[in-house]
Design a binder for this molecule. Structure first.
Ligand SMILES: [Zn+2]
Length: 167
């Protein structure tokens, strides 16, 4: 299966959910972690999982504006080159990268294309206790929650309780 840019980016970014204060990591070196990465077209090797964890942490920091984690992204891309291939349909760029780095590099490239195509629309969930990210496709661009069903309703209920307590 080939994931679209946004699917791959969000799959990697959102692979470390925090639910009711409990952090999980879908990319740990378990059979599930390997199977998940294989479903994205990877091998599921421990090195590949480690690369994806590093890139996930760097991308999360960059998106949150927490630190200049772009250095980490640059070093993750160090092994990658793109070479042009000309066909009758035009020029395509082939990514050349060690197998264990491929998904991590593709994730960084996907991030770059998403924020270029949809500026300002990739953001962390507004629930500070949530560790997920969203790409906002709403017309006004005001989406705040990873999911209205979970964080949206939870935060609205909390705001309502605060107002009720204050009033
Ligand atoms: Zn959320």
């Amino acid at each position: 299966m080939v994931l679209r840019d946004e699917e791959l980016l969000l799959a990697v970014l959102n692979s470390a959910p925090v639910t009711d204060g409990v952090a999980a990591d879908a990319l740990d070196e378990s059979r599930e972690g390997a199977a998940l990465v294989q479903s994205w077209g990877g091998s599921g090797s421990p090195k590949e999982l480690a690369r994806l964890q590093q890139v996930r942490a760097a991308l999360q920091a960059v998106i949150r504006g927490e630190e200049p984690a772009t250095d980490d992204l640059a070093s993750a891309l160090a092994s990658a080159t793109q070479t042009p291939r000309v066909t009758r349909d035009g020029v395509t760029w082939d990514l050349r990268v060690p197998d264990d780095d491929r998904l991590a590099v593709e994730t960084i490239l996907a991030w770059s294309r998403v924020i270029t195509d949809l500026p300002g629309r990739l953001r962390p969930c507004a629930n500070a206790e949530c560790n997920l990210f969203l790409v906002d496709h709403s017309r006004p661009g005001t989406a705040k929650w990873c999911s209205m069903a979970t964080c949206g309703n939870r935060m609205k209920a909390r705001a309502y309780a605060r107002r009720a307590a204050a009033g």
